[in-house]
Every structure is written in structure tokens, then in C-alpha cells.
Design a protein around this ligand. Structure first.
Ligand SMILES: [Mn+2]
Length: 350
């Protein structure tokens, strides 16, 4: 297995030097951030990321994400040009050694939480979603913007998108995903890249916006659209795991065995009695997922792809991008390394 760490480029307060000091760390998960979604990434930008990682004893070989535009997801005419550009981005990334590209097919919002700095009794903070904070909110009527929502959209644009997706519905979104996959997966195959779709976070509809990568049945449907290892999963334990209906150990076993996991997002989540959830520390005892059983399932089923500790809490006075501080993610990484070693798995070092 290949240990990786997300890095938001040169403006990230977490340095590559520090990332390289995390035991077993190998790959940097990053992206070109200064290009509008739907456009082509300049080769110089990809090359620069490769060089910076290499200078720090790391490798940039996994991308998160190449965003899928609303035009593609809504099946608008402009979407065709965006899909062409998407294919070109896959080719360009492959040219510089990228082996895996993560993306999601979530309409409008990449993820939804109601608070990013909920303080736990120990003083650490984390991201949470509480239904009682969501109650009564209506983005069609109210002037609201939840954390994690794309701030570049105007309120008016968000309302417009919500109406458009409501009309499109789940089946319409499936149709557009199918169209997208049938275009990009052959290109990924040709380039030796595995596409890894990130599940919807959280895995249920919010404000009536359809969500489709939510559970086993829908994941099976998605994987069968193009039956190829190039059409794989970024299995995010914390995203799928915040629905009590998803058995994360069983899903990990099933998809690792079928070789349809390219990337693992390993973090724990605590589901509350009303199905609200809190992002917890990685340790099994802190959340609702048995992390040891998840890692054991990976080892026993020969998983040799990438994993990263995903979000962490903010601890030790660190400030920065919520979920993406250095300290707790590094602790998560070390914990996962321990689980891998104890279960007889192997870390692939550079
Ligand atoms: Mn994730």
C-alpha cells in the first residue's frame, strides 16, 4: 500500500518538508488549483508540482481532484467541451507520472457540514453535521451559505443550480455520469491511470439535490457502467460511513477483492442517535467505524493502491484549513501504518 497525504499546493500552510517527515510517507495528493474547472491544466504547473515533491523526497503521482463541472453533471452543451478538456487533463497528468485521479460527481456542493470547528471536551475541534443546525434552512428562500459550499457561486446561481438539479433528478444525473464515464475511462485505460470516484459526502440528498454515489447498490451500478479497473473507487470511509446503512468493513472487503479500489480515504466518523455526525479522531474507539477491520480487509484482499489519512481534528493549537492540519492527520497516518503492519501488510516506500 502506498501512503499519501493531501497537499493544497504552495499556499498550503503545511510544508512538503513536514509531510516528508511523517513515517512511511510516499505520495503527495494534489492538484493544479489556479485553473478554472473545465479548462486544461498547463503542463508547467503539473511539472512544477512533480519537481517540488521530488525535491522533498516525495512523489506526486496521485491527483485529487480534477473537478467535474456543473455543465458536465447537468448535461449542458458546454459540458462536451469540458469532457474533451477532462480527457486532455488525464493525458497530461499521465505524461508526468500520475497513476490515479480522484473526482466526485456531487452536484453543487463537494461536501456539507454545519460547523467546521466544533470543540470536543479535550479542546480539539473538528467538522460536524448536526441536523438541528440544518433544520428549517431552505436555500431557495434563505440567504444561506454553509461551510464547504463553493463561495465562488452567487446565492442566485446556487438557487438556479438547485432548481436545475431538482428537475434533472437522480436518473438524469445517472445518465450524465454514464456519458462522462464512457468518454473518460477509455482514455484513462490507454494512459494507465485509474479513475477513482469519491462517494457523496454525506451519502444522502440534501435540499432535494440528487446524490447517487451513496451505497452498495449504487456503487455496483456505477462500476458496471464501465467494467474496468480504470473505473474504480476512492473509498472514503468517513463519507459513506456517516450513513448507518453502509457497512464499511463489508464494502471494503467486497471492493478490495474485486480490485475496484484505487484510493482509500481513511478517517473515522461518529454517528449520533439522530444520524447527525462528527468527524472523530482516527482511532476505532473514537468513532463508529472499526478502523482495524477496515485495514485488515484491505490487507487480506491484496489492496496495493493509495491511502491517505483524510481529515483530522485541529489539535495542539494548530490553525489552518479545517480538516487539513498537519498534526492530527500525521497521527492518523502513523496509526494506519501500525494497523497495516500488525495485520501483516506492507507499505510501499519510495
Ligand atoms: Mn474523503
Amino acid at each position: 500500500m502506498k501512503s499519501s497525504f493531501r497537499w493544497y499546493g504552495e499556499s498550503d500552510p503545511v510544508s512538503l518538508k513536514y509531510i516528508s517527515q511523517i513515517p512511511g510517507m510516499r505520495s503527495v495528493v494534489s492538484a493544479v488549483y489556479d485553473v478554472k474547472p473545465g479548462e486544461v491544466w498547463p503542463e508547467e504547473s503539473i511539472e512544477r508540482l512533480c519537481r517540488l515533491c521530488e525535491e522533498n523526497g516525495l512523489v506526486f503521482d496521485i491527483v485529487e481532484s480534477i473537478p467535474v463541472t456543473e455543465e458536465i453533471k447537468l448535461g449542458l452543451p458546454e459540458g462536451d467541451r469540458h469532457i474533451e478538456n477532462y480527457c486532455e487533463n488525464i493525458r497530461r497528468c499521465a505524461k508526468y507520472g500520475i497513476k490515479c485521479i480522484t473526482y466526485n460527481f456531487m452536484p453543487v456542493f463537494d461536501w456539507t457540514r454545519t460547523q467546521l470547528d466544533k470543540e470536543a471536551p479535550d479542546g480539539s475541534t473538528s467538522l460536524v453535521m448536526y441536523w438541528d443546525q440544518m433544520k428549517g434552512l431552505d436555500p431557495l428562500k434563505d440567504d444561506i451559505c454553509l461551510p464547504g459550499w463553493d463561495a465562488s457561486y452567487s446565492r442566485e446561481k446556487i438557487r438556479e443550480l438547485i432548481v436545475a438539479y431538482g428537475e434533472l433528478g437522480e436518473e438524469g444525473l445517472w445518465k450524465n455520469l454514464e456519458r462522462f464515464l464512457k468518454k473518460i475511462i477509455p482514455v484513462a485505460e490507454e494512459c494507465g491511470v485509474r479513475m477513482a470516484i469519491h462517494p457523496d459526502d454525506p451519502p444522502y440528498p440534501i435540499f432535494g439535490i440528487p446524490r447517487i454515489i451513496t451505497d452498495e447498490k449504487n456503487i455496483d451500478r456505477m462500476l458496471s457502467i464501465v467494467d474496468s479497473p480504470a473505473n474504480s473507487l476512492c473509498l472514503c470511509i468517513g463519507s459513506l460511513g456517516c450513513s448507518p446503512k453502509n457497512d464499511m468493513v463489508a464494502l471494503t472487503k467486497k471492493y478490495a477483492k474485486a480490485d475496484r479500489i484505487a484510493f482509500m480515504h481513511l478517517r473515522n466518523v461518529k454517528i449520533l442517535p439522530d444520524t447527525s455526525f462528527e468527524e472523530s479522531g482516527h482511532l476505532s474507539a473514537y468513532g463508529s467505524v472499526d478502523m482495524n477491520e477496515v485495514v485488515k480487509a484491505l490487507v487480506e484482499n491484496g489492496f496495493d493502491g493509495y491511502f491517505r489519512p483524510d481529515h483530522g481534528r485541529m489539535i495542539w493549537g494548530e490553525t489552518g484549513k479545517p480538516g487539513y492540519g498537519l498534526f492530527d492527520r500525521a497521527l492518523g497516518s502513523a496509526y494506519i501504518n501500525g494497523l497495516i503492519e500488525a495485520n501483516g501488510g506492507k507499505l510501499e516506500l519510495l
